[in-house]
Design a protein around this ligand. Structure first.
Ligand SMILES: *[C@@H]1O[C@H](CO)[C@@H](O)[C@H](O)[C@H]1NC(C)=O
Ligand SMILES: *[C@@H]1O[C@H](CO)[C@@H](O)[C@H](O)[C@H]1NC(C)=O
Ligand SMILES: *[C@@H]1O[C@H](CO)[C@@H](O)[C@H](O)[C@H]1NC(C)=O
Ligand SMILES: *[C@@H]1O[C@H](CO)[C@@H](O)[C@H](O)[C@H]1NC(C)=O
Ligand SMILES: *[C@@H]1O[C@H](CO)[C@@H](O)[C@H](O)[C@H]1NC(C)=O
Length: 293
C-alpha cells in the first residue's frame, strides 16, 4: 500500500521525498519477507477448516484447469507462512485478522464440522463458499457466531435441510445468497423470522429454497434492497405491492411461484427497476399489461 501512496505524491514532491519513499518501500518489503502478517491463530483456524475437506475436480462449478484456491493454503517446510497471501484470503490492514474468505468454485467436497476453525474467525466480514459440494449437509448453525458478516454466499453448494435460525442474528448482513442448493428449507423459521432483523440487506437471494410461507409485509420497508430473488420458492399468499416500489430495487425475480398472488402498482417514471421476472405468478389486475404497452 505504501509504495502506491508514494507514486501518488512523487510527481509533486522533491528529490528528498522520493528517497524517503524508496526507504519506506524497502523497509516494507523487508519486513514482509521476514515476518508473516497473518495472525497466528487465524492461520491455524484456516488450516483446520481446510482439513475437513477433500479436493474433487469432478464436482459442479470446479474448474479442473485452475488449481483450487484452498490448495495454496499450506505451511512451507513446517514454517509459519503468511495466510494473508493465500488464495481467497484477505486480512485487515491494521489488525491482520482474516476479514474475507472467497472460496467460490474451489472444488471443495465434504461437510463443515460444527467445531470447524471457520467459526473462530470472528472478524470475518465476507464469506463466499458458492459452487462447492457440501455433500447435502446442513448449514452449520455456528455460522451465526460470525456476527460481523456483511456478505454471506452459500449458493449452489449442495447444502440441504433447514436454514438455521442463527442466520437471523446476522444483523450486519448486506448480502445473503443461499440460492440453488439441494432441498434447502425455511419451514421452521419462516421468511419473516429470517429477515426481520436483517434490515440492511441490499441483496437477498433465496432462489429454489423451499419457503412455503408468505412474503412478509416488512420487506417493503427494506429501503436499501437492490436485488430480490425469490424464484421457485413455493411462496404463498399475496406479494406485498410496496416491494415493487422500493426506492433502490433494480432486480426482482419471483417467478415460478404458482400459488403467489400479486398486483402491480402504477409504476412511476424513474423507477430504478431494470429487470423483473414474474412468470407463473397470478395477477389481480391488468396493470402489468398496461405498463408493458
Ligand atoms: C458424504 O456423505 C455421505 C453420506 O452421508 C458419507 O457417507 C460420506 O462420507 C460423505 N463424504 C464426505 C467427503 O464428507
Ligand atoms: C441471537 O443472539 C442473541 C444475543 O446474542 C442470543 O441470545 C440468541 O440466542 C441468538 N439467537 C439465535 C437463534 O442464535
Ligand atoms: C437485532 O439486531 C440488533 C442489532 O442490530 C440487536 O441488538 C438485537 O438483539 C437483534 N434482535 C434480534 C431479535 O435478534
Ligand atoms: C454469490 O457467489 C457467486 C459465485 O461467486 C456469484 O455468482 C453470485 O453473484 C454471488 N451472489 C451475490 C448475491 O453476490
Ligand atoms: C414499516 O415502516 C413504517 C414506518 O417506519 C412502520 O410504521 C410500519 O409499521 C413498518 N411496517 C412493517 C410491516 O414493519
Amino acid at each position: 500500500m505504501k509504495p502506491s501512496f508514494c507514486l501518488f505524491i512523487m510527481p509533486t514532491s522533491l528529490f528528498s521525498l522520493l528517497l524517503l519513499c524508496n526507504l519506506i518501500a524497502f523497509s516494507n518489503s523487508f519486513s514482509s519477507s521476514t515476518q508473516p502478517r497473518c495472525n497466528d491463530d487465524d492461520r491455524s483456524y484456516l488450516l483446520q477448516f481446510k482439513e475437513g475437506f477433500v479436493i474433487d475436480n469432478s464436482i459442479y462449478g470446479c474448474d479442473p484447469s485452475a488449481p483450487s484456491k484452498i490448495e495454496s493454503w499450506k505451511l512451507f517446510h513446517g514454517e509459519s507462512s503468511d495466510c494473508c497471501s493465500w488464495d481467497g484470503v484477505e486480512c485487515d490492514e491494521e489488525t491482520n485478522h482474516v476479514i474475507s474468505l472467497d472460496l467460490s468454485s474451489s472444488c471443495i467436497f465434504g461437510s463443515i464440522k460444527s467445531n470447524s476453525g471457520l467459526f473462530h474467525l470472528l472478524q470475518l466480514r465476507r464469506l463466499n463458499l458458492a459452487y462447492n459440494d457440501f455433500n447435502f449437509s446442513q448449514i452449520p448453525e455456528q455460522v451465526g457466531h460470525l456476527l460481523r458478516l456483511t456478505h454471506l454466499n452459500l449458493s449452489s453448494s449442495r447444502f440441504s435441510g433447514e436454514i438455521p435460525d442463527e442466520i437471523s442474528n446476522l444483523s450486519s448482513l448486506i448480502s445473503l445468497d443461499l440460492s440453488d442448493n439441494n432441498d434447502l428449507r425455511l419451514h421452521k423459521l419462516s421468511l419473516r423470522g429470517l429477515v426481520q432483523n436483517l434490515t440492511h440487506l441490499k441483496a437477498l437471494h433465496l432462489s429454489s429454497v423451499d419457503i412455503l410461507s408468505r412474503v412478509p409485509d416488512l420487506l417493503a420497508n427494506f429501503s436499501a434492497l437492490q436485488s430480490l430473488q425469490l424464484d421457485q420458492c413455493e411462496l404463498q399468499g399475496e406479494f406485498p405491492t410496496g416491494i415493487f416500489q422500493l426506492p433502490e430495487l433494480k432486480m426482482l425475480d419471483i417467478s415460478g411461484n404458482s400459488d403467489l398472488k400479486a398486483s402491480l402498482p402504477d409504476f412511476q417514471k424513474g423507477s430504478p427497476l431494470k429487470s423483473m421476472s414474474l412468470s407463473e405468478v397470478k395477477f389481480r389486475s391488468q396493470s402489468f399489461f398496461d405498463w408493458k404497452s
